[in-house]
Design a protein around this ligand. Structure first.
Ligand SMILES: Cc1ncc(COP(=O)(O)O)c(C=O)c1O
Length: 416
């Protein structure tokens, strides 16, 4: 893609875009929720579909001229169904947070009780954190992990019996362990609750068959499409047939207006990519890389929350391991071109602005083609940067090493 028009017409935006391109090409992206989409996905995102209003659903729209938008949306739906074995799919949610809100309002009335995972134990803001709108509308009760770092299903069952939630919610953005779908489903069934799983982080691992598919077990499954699934920034909802009408109505006209059709088309392209055998290899490599990261970081004296990882990321107690705060670690690593995020650890005594932990994920560098050998090098760099976080000269030298490695695994060769 050569952005000649943009370059000529709007040099300010073009310059910012070039800066971001270089940052992505020369930086080591370890934010667990980020990835690099293909150039084909970028082309769909930048397509004429952005001009079109398509309120409604394929064959049932409120505007004319839908012969091609219907093709794109139907492709996205059919491919998602094939990837996840879903009975019903809605590809219109603009992102993960709206997807969750749409799902809640499809099945809940204001004041209804929901059981969701606590943020500091790896859950997500949209699962009932008091700062969110959903927490003002619904009565969220939050469960936690036990001392061993696993979800305590007995405790969860007790809470479900006590609070009688209408909805039991699984899903996480920093929890690194595999969920027991059957146990979860059994608890929901016992108390007559609807079961929902937000698979935003692990959708690509499920699509690539590296993790067990939860879709058959849960009534509703929400996701983002831009993390391990490696699609455009967006959301998606899958559900059993009995919830299909309520979900669709809740998305439109309940919560959103016209779907972003360029985004829907890009989802179709990304799902097409995820259906290819090479995506299975990618998903498996993510798990392998994350395991090496776990082993190496432990070897370097880091304490991993939840005891390790079964997915694409680790949550590290940096403060407990090295006496360096999450914020200090994030800043030191930024200086060497390694991007990750500071993160709360379970029941963190520190503030969310300077917590005890950092979250480290491998989906983006795995897309670049990095494997076990590179993960070992990166793990050592993380240790060295954190242990020498005040030594500017040392960090500067390390930064050159990071750039050198990134250049060996290029991205977006055709974008100028
Ligand atoms: C589990 C989970 N759900 C929902 C979201 C929200 O997605 P978005 O940022 O696309 O609104 C995230 C984002 O990090 C997430 O991790």
């Amino acid at each position: 893609m050569i952005y000649n028009n943009l370059k000529k017409q709007d040099s300010a935006v073009y310059k910012a875009m070039q800066g971001e391109l270089k940052r992505q090409q020369e930086g080591m992206e370890l934010i667990a929720s980020e990835n690099y989409v293909s150039e084909a996905v970028l082309e769909a995102l930048g397509s004429v579909f952005t001009n079109k209003y398509s309120e409604g659903y394929p064959s049932h729209r409120y505007y004319g001229g839908q012969e091609f938008t219907d093709i794109a949306e139907t492709l996205a739906i059919d491919r998602a169904k094939k990837l996840f074995g879903a009975e019903h799919v809605n590809v219109q949610p603009h992102s993960g947070a709206p997807a969750n809100m749409i799902a809640y309002s499809a099945v809940l009335k204001p004041g209804d009780t929901v059981l969701g995972m606590d943020l500091s134990h790896g859950g997500h803001l949209t699962h009932g954190h008091p700062v969110t709108l959903s927490a003002q509308i619904y009565n969220f009760i939050r469960y936690k992990t036990d001392k061993s770092g696993k979800i305590d299903y007995k405790e969860l069952e007790k809470m479900a019996v006590k609070h009688k939630p209408k909805l039991i919610l699984a899903g996480f953005s920093a929890y690194t362990r595999q969920l027991d779908y059957k146990k979860f489903q059994a608890i929901a069934k016992k108390v007559g609750a609807i079961s929902m799983f937000d698979i935003a982080h692990i959708a690509g691992l499920i699509a690539g068959k590296a993790l067990l598919n939860p879709v058959p077990y849960f009534d509703i499954v929400t996701t983002t499409t831009h993390k391990t699934l490696r699609g455009p920034r967006g959301g998606m909802i899958m559900c059993k047939k009995e919830f299909a009408k309520a979900i669709d109505k809740s998305a439109f006209p309940g919560f959103q207006g016209g779907p972003h059709m360029n985004n829907v088309a890009a989802k179709a392209v990304a799902f097409g990519e995820a259906l290819k055998p090479s995506f299975k290899t990618y998903a498996k490599q993510i798990l392998k890389n994350a395991k090496v990261l776990e082993t190496e970081l432990k070897k370097h004296g880091f304490k991993l929350m939840f005891g390790g990882t079964d997915n694409h990321m680790v949550l590290v107690d940096i403060f407990g391991s090295k006496g360096v705060t999450g914020k200090e670690a994030e800043e030191a690593l930024d200086k060497i071109g390694i991007t990750l995020n500071k993160n709360m650890i379970p029941d963190d005594p520190r503030s969310p602005f300077d917590p005890s932990g950092v979250r480290i994920g491998v989906p983006a560098i795995t897309t670049r083609g990095m494997k076990e050998k590179e993960i070992r090098i990166i793990s050592k760099w993380i240790k060295d940067a954190i242990e020498n976080h005040k030594d500017e000269k040392f960090l500067k030298k390390l930064h050159q090493e990071v750039i050198k490695l990134c250049k060996r695994f290029p991205i977006y060769k055709n974008i100028k």
